[in-house]
Design a binder for this molecule. Structure first.
Ligand SMILES: NC(=O)c1ccc[n+]([C@@H]2O[C@H](COP(=O)([O-])OP(=O)(O)OC[C@H]3O[C@@H](n4cnc5c(N)ncnc54)[C@H](O)[C@@H]3O)[C@@H](O)[C@H]2O)c1
Length: 276
């Protein structure tokens, strides 16, 4: 018997990096997973990996910031698996510059992905949640559900050069704390995990002074960090190393299991002890 047997999880941005590791971890612990990514190929690969482990998964490909997508995503999970117990708002990317170089389009894009998309996904779940919780209460079978929102040390402490990204990640903490108060009546634990430096596409080093360019929904977005920054941060991390996507997924998992049923509205850093 695994801890998440019988649970249904929804994970956004699960085609790569941390989201992929979360989807695999939750599936490995028994959950059926509705996973999303902008990119169909990576999403299909993660579904295949879960199926190869003997699990069940569904890919809901699309842009979590697009109008109407959140309702489609939540409905697809509920239709396919007959319920929804865990929502992980993970999809994200950085599009970084200092304030004077940040365009309106760029700032809006960061707020769209890091705060508006989680808001829309959780709002889309409000109706189904109320019905499920009401039926369970009438049957005398109350159960906890879990929301885990993915923030960042930049959201907690700010980070020079990430004016839009950090603003979105800070706003997500406000959403987490407020929803914990609104959905406590439905036995939903709403928490936030804020990562430090995790090794993914977003944080790959670049050597030639130029960021790595990645396609995000048809836009070429500069990502990555210079090696001198990684060297500096690694020295500042008390545990002495950056995190892996598995480290990140393990932290999220803690907020998905019954042992965290009395923890809500919290923000936990998974940063190897880094607090800047
Ligand atoms: N890597 C880190 O050090 C770090 C630190 C703190 C927080 N985070 C957060 O962790 C989350 C995952 O990032 P990652 O490091 O795994 O990056 P990643 O680039 O490896 O993976 C992110 C995934 O999200 C998808 N995605 C992006 N925009 C999307 C959209 N509009 N709709 C659907 N999918 C979309 C991408 O296609 C990609 O597969 C992000 O929210 C990020 O801000 C990462």
């Amino acid at each position: 018997m695994s801890k998440l047997d019988g649970k249904v999880a929804l994970v956004s941005g699960a085609g790569r990096g941390i989201g992929r590791a979360i989807a695999l971890k939750l599936a490995g612990e028994g959950a059926r997973v509705a996973l999303n990514d902008l990119d169909a190929g990576p999403a299909a690969e993660v579904v295949a990996e879960i199926e190869a482990m003997g699990g069940e998964a569904l890919a809901v490909v699309g842009d979590v910031t697009a109008d109407g997508f959140a309702d489609k995503f939540v409905a697809a999970a509920v239709d396919k698996f007959g319920g929804l117990d865990i929502i992980v708002n993970n999809a994200g990317y950085s599009w970084d510059t200092v304030i004077q170089k940040t365009t309106d389009e760029q700032f809006d894009a960061m707020l769209d992905i890091h705060i508006k998309a989680p808001f829309k996904i959780l709002r889309a779940f409000a109706g189904p949640l109320r019905e499920m919780a009401k039926a369970e209460a009438e049957a005398g079978q109350l159960k906890n559900r879990k929301v885990v929102n993915i923030s960042s040390i930049g959201g907690l402490f700010g980070n020079a050069g990430q004016i839009g990204y950090a603003s979105g990640k800070t706003a997500l903490i406000g959403l987490t704390k407020t929803l914990a108060k609104e959905w406590g009546r439905y036995q939903v634990n709403v928490n936030c995990v804020a990562f430090g430096l995790i090794q993914t596409r977003m944080t790959e080093t670049f050597d030639d002074g130029k960021p790595n360019m990645h396609d995000v929904g048809g836009k070429d977005i500069p990502m990555g960090v210079p090696p001198e920054f990684v060297g500096f941060i690694n020295k500042m991390i008390p545990l002495g190393r950056p995190g892996t996507p598995q480290d990140a997924a393990n932290a999220v998992y803690l907020f998905c299991i019954p042992e965290s049923d009395y923890i809500s509205g919290e923000v936990v850093l998974a940063s190897g002890g880094l607090v800047i």
